[in-house]
Design a protein around this ligand. Structure first.
Ligand SMILES: Cc1ncc(COP(=O)(O)O)c(C=O)c1O
Length: 390
């Protein structure tokens, strides 16, 4: 098992940062890569055509390794999840008689794209909700999802882990069902990739889209996407010069090329070669590969299992262990607790967590240890009575 890696970050002593689901703190190594990148522009003649591509290739290779893609040409860098999903939505042909499937309370970036598509095509947008409660809530939610997919389903867009409370979805089964009916299978991996193993060869998604600033430990404004064969010859949102064959031959850029470079590079936006952000994400992916995703998951799970056991004593609840992720867990409140008041009480004790919907979302990483968990558990016990609304 990994040991605590706090020495690789610059979190101040006394802060219990349990909020990687909001954003990861910046690892020192990633910060250094960013500073070196900013400094590069001090002397522009030290920036060469190859520099526009090398950092991108490094990120593509590393992300391909992380998600099990056989070929890094399937990987594109993106500025945001909404951008990555807009490329997907643009390249799907949907008839008014079809349906699009999402889960209840998904992150908005993975909702608005489908609302727009439903509005413009007349297709039905099906939102699959869980049962209100019950010990088998997550299992039933998964079953409802599978039952909703039918011969008219054009796309199923969801996440591996629900961003509010860590409920797990069985991607292998959903992928299988999508292939049976010919639906596009689209995954938002933002709250799982980097902390939970995912293998695109096994689950065969058509797209896997990730923001880079949470579990990938990168900077804000740079994410990564895997696009499967369905999107091989699609139309990008922007017609960039860097995505064309021969684009590193600067003197010949006006020999315009209609042909894109191989793979899915066409889905990258203009000026993607940000000399600070790209090396930062490369350094972050290297760090994650060094720890190993399985080890990160195991480490985080040991912390969240302890939290669930301890917080139960104060009347909080959580999804059953086999249906909740190890790195992100939503604690359900005891009756009458005001979540926002609870969060601000915790913030006053230097404990950072999030409220998402009606749960307290706790999302540790390798910079946390049992002391952080015990600080949160005892704070919950101490303050819970004071934040009950009459
Ligand atoms: C599940 C999920 N997807 C996507 C995002 C970010 O989306 P975008 O990059 O479009 O801002 C977040 C941010 O919290 C998220 O939790």
């Amino acid at each position: 098992m990994l040991s605590c890696q706090k020495h690789l970050f610059s979190l101040p002593p006394g802060l219990h940062y349990l909020n990687c689901g909001f954003m990861s703190p910046l690892p020192l190594r990633v910060e250094e890569a960013g500073i070196a990148g900013i400094r590069k522009k001090r002397i522009p003649c030290d920036i060469f055509p190859g520099d526009f591509l090398a950092g991108l290739e490094n990120v593509r290779d590393r992300f391909a390794g992380l998600v099990g893609a056989a070929d890094s040409q399937r990987i594109a860098l993106i500025p945001s999840v909404s951008y990555g999903l807009a490329s997907v939505a643009r390249n799907l042909e949907i008839a008014g008689s079809q349906n699009l499937i999402i889960l209840a309370r998904q992150f908005p970036s993975n909702v608005y794209a489908w609302r727009r598509l439903a509005a413009t095509t007349g297709a039905e947008l099906r939102t699959i909700a869980p049962p209100e409660q019950g010990a088998d809530r997550a299992q039933q939610w998964n079953e409802r999802l599978l039952e909703a997919i039918d011969g008219d389903t054009a796309v199923v867009a969801l996440a591996q882990v629900h961003w509010t409370d860590g409920t797990l979805f069985d991607l292998a089964r959903v992928g299988e069902r999508c292939r049976e009916v010919g639906a596009a299978f689209v995954i938002d991996g933002t709250q799982s990739v980097g902390a939970l193993p995912v293998d695109v060869r096994r689950i065969e998604p058509d797209a896997l889209i990730c923001a880079g600033y949470k579990w990938l430990m990168g900077p804000y404004s740079l994410g990564v996407a895997y696009y499967g064969p369905r999107f091989e010859n699609g139309v990008p949102l922007e017609e960039t010069w860097l995505s064309r064959v021969g684009s590193d031959d600067f003197p010949r850029l006006i020999d315009y090329q209609d042909e894109y470079r191989p793979g899915v590079v066409r889905y990258e936006p203009g000026e993607i070669s940000n000399f600070a952000l790209v090396p930062m994400l490369g350094a972050a992916l290297e760090l994650i590969a060094g720890w190993g995703v399985e080890s990160i998951e195991e480490y985080c799970r040991s912390l969240t299992d302890l939290l669930v056991a301890e917080s139960t004593k104060a009347g909080f609840g959580a999804e059953a262990a086999e249906w909740r992720s190890g790195h992100l867990v939503g604690l359900r409140m005891p009756q009458g607790v005001d979540p926002t008041a609870l969060q601000s009480e915790l913030a006053g004790r230097k404990i950072s967590v999030s409220v998402r919907g009606d749960v307290l979302r706790v999302s540790p990483h390798v910079y946390n240890d049992e002391e952080d968990i015990m600080a949160l558990a005892s704070a919950l016990r101490e303050v819970v009575e004071s934040v009950v609304t009459p």
